[in-house]
Every structure is written in structure tokens, then in C-alpha cells.
Design a protein around this ligand. Structure first.
Ligand SMILES: O=C[C@H](O)COP(=O)(O)O
Length: 330
């Protein structure tokens, strides 16, 4: 039986900032020992509790927690400063004021706003004074196939433009060809280019072939200093899944046991329902514990999840559902 208790949102932020993962030398023996037993993983995720195990007030608390962990995202070719400004307004006040008041959650915000490089500046101005960081996707997102020096330069430009978090994409071919040293060196260079900005390593797991590759790539990126590991760009044909999540979460646990450093986790792509968010949160709580249920160590990369969560919270407060279009984010 899953423990469904959760500290209030006001207790979210740690008293002391989590020390940043500095990375370590590449330990190839350890990387080669990273395995993933697909059938055991699939059995485990099939047994995960659904939203039914998180009831009433607990459910509202968990949904509020999910909001604080959203990287509210727009990554479209037709993004405009106006669309980004609307998204940022939603990031500042993710749920209707009357609902927040009824839930006793004034000041609730999302974890970050995630955009392409060109939209950093409008996002930074719209979020001024809110404390909400801007995350930028980078390194030739989503395929990551532009020349290496341009990928590094893109990170530097985005940090200069005001991004506090950089979501890089790894070279999938380095994983597919077993070039772990190459992946490590690339990730290390990306981390260095980020400077003080935190770096999330997007593995694009839907393109890595096997869960074993996912486990190995997770470990190499953490050894190279990733602050977060993230499943997907949202542009692959398969994005965040529970088996991939369990594999990455267990790699995070192994890395913590090995080094004492906590690396964050960001499932991304195709997560649009409140009930799915609850499953991810219970998985984090079960596998890594409460410390990983805070926005400095857990994020959802999602463009449309917030609308469904707001709808569920409205139902919780008023007893009625409103139409989905009333809760659009963009
Ligand atoms: O990193 C975030 C993803 O691109 C968002 O994907 P989504 O639009 O399927 O929610």
C-alpha cells in the first residue's frame, strides 16, 4: 500500500540548496554493469497504484505539488512573444485565483517556463519578479545534429540571454554505437558551457533502442555532471513512458548511492492528464522518497498537463467540471 501523505506545498523548498552534482571521472566498468531487466521493470510499472489510491484532500495536495513541478512548455515553430507572454501569465498564476484561495495555496506557481532560444528574452521580461526560472532547449534541439561548436555556442548564447536552465539533447548515435567516452566528453562540455545555469540532459529515450542503453546513457550523463536527466524532447514518436522512467529513476538512485549527489528527473512529452501525473509522483515517492518530489529535483516537461490539473482542482473545489478549453495554457 503506497503512503499517500505529502507535506504541504509551503514546505516545498529545502532549507539548504541541494549541492550541485559536480560529476566524476568516467567509470566505464560501472557503465558496462548498468543493466535493465525489461520484464521485471514492466511487472513493476504494471503494479503501480493509479490515482484511486490518492483520495480527496490528498489528491488536491498531490495535484498542487504536480503544478509546482511543471516546466510549462511551448516549443513550436510559430511561437510568438505574445504566446510566450500568455504562457508566462499562466505560469505565474497556474490556477484561477478563487480556486487557489479555496485550496489555501496563494502564490502557487509552476516550476519553470521552457522555450526555444529566440523566446528567452520575452519569457524573462514576462516573468520578471516572479522567481520563476526560464529554461531553454538547446544544442540543436530536437535532433542535436548541428556542428558541435555551434551546439556549445548556442548554450552560451542562451545563458547570456537570461536562461537559468538549459535542456540539452545528447547525440543518440553515441549511445547507439556504444561511444560512452564520446557521450561523456560531449556532456561534460555542455555542462561547462552552462556555467551557473543548471543543465538537463535529454536522452531522447524513444530513439535509444533498449532500456539497457537508457540505463547506461543516464549513468554517463550523470557522471559528466548533469543536474537533471530528462526522457524526451516531446518530438520523438515515443516520449516519456513508465518503463523508461523506472530505468532512469533507478540509475539516479544508483548514482546517489555511489556519489551522495542527488540528480533530478524530468519525464517529458505526451504527459497531459492529471491521473498520469499522479502515477509519476507516486513512482518518484516509492523509488526515491519525498526529497525527490520537489521542483529542484523533479519536473514534468509538459505543454498541456496544467489544463487538466486545473480542471481536476476545480472539480475538487466546486464539485463540477468545466470544459477543457477554459483551461488552455497558451
Ligand atoms: O519538454 C517538453 C515537451 O516538449 C513537452 O511535450 P508535450 O507538448 O507533449 O507536453
Amino acid at each position: 500500500m503506497t503512503d499517500t501523505t505529502l507535506a504541504p506545498v509551503s514546505h516545498l523548498l529545502p532549507q539548504v540548496a541541494e549541492p550541485r552534482n559536480p560529476g566524476m571521472a568516467l567509470d566505464l566498468d560501472l557503465v558496462m554493469r548498468c543493466t535493465a531487466n525489461r520484464s521485471a521493470i514492466e511487472r513493476r510499472v504494471a503494479a503501480l497504484p493509479g490515482r484511486r489510491s490518492v483520495k480527496k484532500d490528498h489528491q488536491a495536495a498531490w495535484l498542487a505539488r504536480a503544478i509546482t513541478c511543471i516546466d510549462l512548455t511551448t516549443l513550436a515553430g510559430d511561437d510568438t512573444p505574445g504566446r510566450v507572454a500568455r504562457l508566462c501569465a499562466k505560469a505565474r498564476q497556474p490556477v484561477r485565483a478563487d480556486l487557489l484561495e479555496a485550496l489555501e495555496l496563494p502564490g502557487l506557481t509552476v516550476g519553470a517556463v521552457c522555450v526555444y532560444h529566440d523566446m528567452i528574452s520575452p519569457a524573462v521580461s514576462s516573468l520578471k519578479g516572479s522567481g520563476i526560472p526560464v529554461a531553454a532547449v538547446s544544442t540543436g534541439f530536437p535532433a542535436g545534429l548541428s556542428p558541435f561548436h555551434l551546439r556549445v555556442a548556442e548554450i552560451e548564447e542562451s545563458v547570456k540571454a537570461g536562461a537559468h536552465e538549459i535542456d540539452i539533447v545528447i547525440s543518440r548515435r553515441k549511445v547507439l554505437t556504444g561511444d560512452w567516452q564520446g557521450l561523456y566528453d560531449e556532456m561534460r562540455a555542455f555542462r561547462a558551457a552552462c556555467g551557473e545555469a543548471h543543465v538537463k540532459a535529454i536522452l531522447a529515450t524513444g530513439e535509444l533502442g533498449t532500456l539497457q542503453n537508457v540505463a547506461k546513457a543516464s549513468m554517463v550523463c550523470m557522471m559528466a555532471g548533469a543536474d537533471f536527466i530528462k526522457t524526451s524532447t516531446g518530438k520523438e514518436s515515443v516520449n516519456a513512458t513508465l518503463p523508461v522512467s523506472l530505468t532512469m529513476i533507478r540509475a539516479i538512485r544508483d548514482y546517489h548511492q555511489l556519489t551522495g549527489y542527488r540528480v533530478g528527473y524530468k519525464p517529458a512529452g505526451g504527459i497531459s492528464k492529471a491521473k498520469d501525473a499522479l502515477v509519476y509522483l507516486s513512482l518518484m515517492k516509492d523509488e526515491l522518497g519525498d526529497r525527490w518530489l520537489r521542483p529542484d529535483l523533479f519536473r514534468f516537461g509538459a505543454s498541456s498537463l496544467l489544463g487538466d490539473i486545473e480542471r481536476q482542482l476545480e472539480h475538487h473545489v466546486t464539485g463540477a467540471y468545466s470544459a477543457g478549453w477554459r483551461h488552455a495554457s497558451g
